[in-house]
Design a binder for this molecule. Structure first.
Ligand code: ADP
Length: 239
């Protein structure tokens, strides 16, 4: 007999960290995840670029670091993310694109989440030569920041807002290599930090975007099952 106890269990909100080198496709996957799973997309790169574009105090402080391919300080980043996660919409679940990027940032995120449930970590892996190729070919809208479809030449207008496509300042040759070096030194150690958690997943990012999305969907389905079963250990579920 159907009764209240037969109702499907409430879905716990998904909290997702996208890990991976520049050019792995984190932004593309974060956009799809936000749409498919009703999550809020929080891209620290977008937040910082907007601050630069608006010439805020923060923007003026960080502009040269970003343009040189270096990281913004942990204390600044933790404050930005903490403030963003405190907004109401983040309660329905979110995907973090670009944070954490260092071990202190990952520790700070764990501390922020204590008592709040599941954290899924998706590492998108792509060979280095392919990353360099993608970043050097990338064009973004100079007005709204949307990525151009690969293969479009500079100067074609954005399909969303009509702005001109341009090369991101930090996608120029030397800066791309610097960002990849910074990734290896500062961010790749996070793989060890998270590996071993039941909700840590490796995703093959060297495929067409839709094939990457299919793996992402499977990973999130597994995460949800673990959360519902309460089967994830203390490390996958903040206790
Ligand atoms: P990428 O394509 O390299 O992943 P993003 O758009 O995520 O680039 O970030 C652009 C730049 O913003 C980074 O190179 C860095 O200077 C800065 N940035 C973004 N997120 C962080 C973070 N969590 N910690 C430090 N710096 C960051």
């Amino acid at each position: 007999m159907a009764g209240a106890t037969d109702a499907p269990p409430a879905q716990p909100p998904l909290r997702v960290v996208l890990l991976g080198p520049p050019g792995a496709g984190k932004g593309t996957q974060a956009t799809w995840m936000a749409r498919d799973h009703g999550l809020v997309k929080i891209s620290t790169g977008d937040i910082l670029r907007e601050a630069v574009a608006h010439g805020t105090r923060l923007g003026r402080q960080i502009q040269s670091r970003i343009e040189a391919g270096n990281l913004v300080s942990d204390s600044t980043m933790v404050e930005i993310v903490q403030d963003r996660l405190a907004l109401d919409d983040a309660r329905r679940g979110y995907v973090l694109d670009g944070f954490p990027r260092t071990t202190p940032q990952a520790r700070a995120l764990d501390a922020m989440l204590a008592g709040e449930g599941l954290l899924s970590i998706l590492l998108i892996e792509v060979p280095f030569e392919e990353l360099v190729r993608r970043l050097q070919a990338r064009r973004v809208c100079g007005r709204c920041g949307k990525n151009a479809d690969p293969g479009l030449a500079n100067g074609i207008r954005c399909s969303r807002c009509g702005g001109m496509y341009v090369t991101r300042v930090d996608d120029s040759d030397g800066v791309v290599r610097q960002r990849l070096t910074v990734y290896l030194e500062e961010t790749e150690p996070l793989v060890n930090y998270y590996d071993g958690r039941p909700t840590f997943f490796r995703i093959n990012g060297n495929l067409l975007p839709a094939a990457v999305t299919a793996q992402v969907r499977d990973a999130l389905a597994t995460s949800r099952t673990l959360a519902l079963e309460g089967g994830a250990s203390r490390d996958g579920l903040a206790s």
